[in-house]
Design a protein around this ligand. Sequence first.
Ligand SMILES: Cc1cc2nc3c(=O)[nH]c(=O)nc-3n(C[C@H](O)[C@H](O)[C@H](O)COP(=O)(O)OP(=O)(O)OC[C@H]3O[C@@H](n4cnc5c(N)ncnc54)[C@H](O)[C@@H]3O)c2cc1C
Length: 410
Amino acid sequence: MPATPTRTDVLVVGAGPAGASAAAWAARSGRDVVLADAAVFPRDKTCGDGLTPRAVEELDRLGLGDWVRGHTVNQGLRAHGFGQTLHLRWPGGTLPDHGSAVPRTELDARIRQVALESGATGVEGAKAVDARVEGGRVRAVTFRRGEETFDIECERLVVADGVRSGLGKVLGREWHQDTVYAVAGRCYVDSDRSDDPWISSHLELRGESGEALPGYGWIFPLGGGQVNVGVGTLATTKRPASVAIKPLMKHYTDERRAEFGLSGEQRMPTSALLPMGGAVSGVAGANWALVGDAAACVNPLNGEGIDYGLETGRLLAAHLDDDLLTAWPALLREEYGDAFSVARRLAAIFTVPKTLAALGPVGMRSDWLMTLALRWMGNLVTDEDRDRSARIWRWAGRRSINLDARPPFT
Ligand SMILES: Cc1cc2nc3c(=O)[nH]c(=O)nc-3n(C[C@H](O)[C@H](O)[C@H](O)COP(=O)(O)OP(=O)(O)OC[C@H]3O[C@@H](n4cnc5c(N)ncnc54)[C@H](O)[C@@H]3O)c2cc1C
């Protein structure tokens, strides 16, 4: 084993999509980078494994376009619910017109490999437990590996340690659970429809007694005879999720066995909480910043965050010389503030009992409305998009953030 470095220019803690992307882009710009993770890769991550067109675009930038398209390619979302089934194509525009899905065990190891090939030094099995802060700057991070404790000194620190962000907490990160968040679970199931060119979502999610739940279920084809099946529900401190996720996921799976050719037992069922919509404060200090899930960069309307992880990693790598204390929250707000604000406002409305049951049937009656909803729910709108629905989405975002008592990332 090569010796663990004792110092570096850029230290990245967490080698999921966000950290690996930050490490790859920082190394590509000629910096000395160490990419550390508590796990040894390949490692699993609780996820639906779905890659939106935004994620595919980022994987293209990293040079993984052919690799990801060699796994699965999907052309859009098959939305089920309220007696309807709609086929909604990814909108395209300035983003790719297709998505994909790759098990995270494989995807994350491959993206991390790109970071190492770009010049970053990998450190595995090393859990960050503390930080040495002097004069408002992080000087070193303390790691534990088995019985051993060691420091890595750094000029700049990228905190990409995921949902719980233990290192973020040490540095003052706070997650605000009064803003909408998700509780979600996933498992793998054999299926004879694993090459389906559509990902499927059931927008009418019902519990075992038939009660309507705020959230949705999904079946994402992975090729090779298996699909990722999962359920996610929305919650806030005021309206906490009262449902047990794993039994709900089993019920959802069993209900879909015939239609989706599902067979055998659920494999690797796991669940997790999901902070969303930038509902954290303390996202940066003078020479450090949070990216990906650590910064709650997850879309409140569909729970996807791989794309935002990859994007925030790349964005931060381009701004490492800024005074991050003020620059990073401002950049995050500029990129995502409006969209996250309106998305979490809408998601919170769905946590009110009966809202979905009232609005769902109306929406599902219209292809046009649901195509619009897919684009908005997926935040598949870029600054370059000039069409009317993109302009409405941006306008709603600006209005929403002005009404926020605590805007995203504050
Ligand atoms: C059930 C579920 C389904 C989801 N489905 C989708 C989906 O289909 N599509 C989508 O885009 N998103 C989905 N998401 C969200 C997505 O999984 C996350 O947004 C994404 O993984 C964020 O990447 P990240 O790099 O920020 O964090 P992670 O992928 O969690 O990586 C964090 C890394 O940090 C490491 N780490 C943690 N603590 C430490 C420490 N103290 N020291 C060192 N290393 C540490 C971990 O080992 C891990 O490797 C889903 C989430 C859930 C819970």
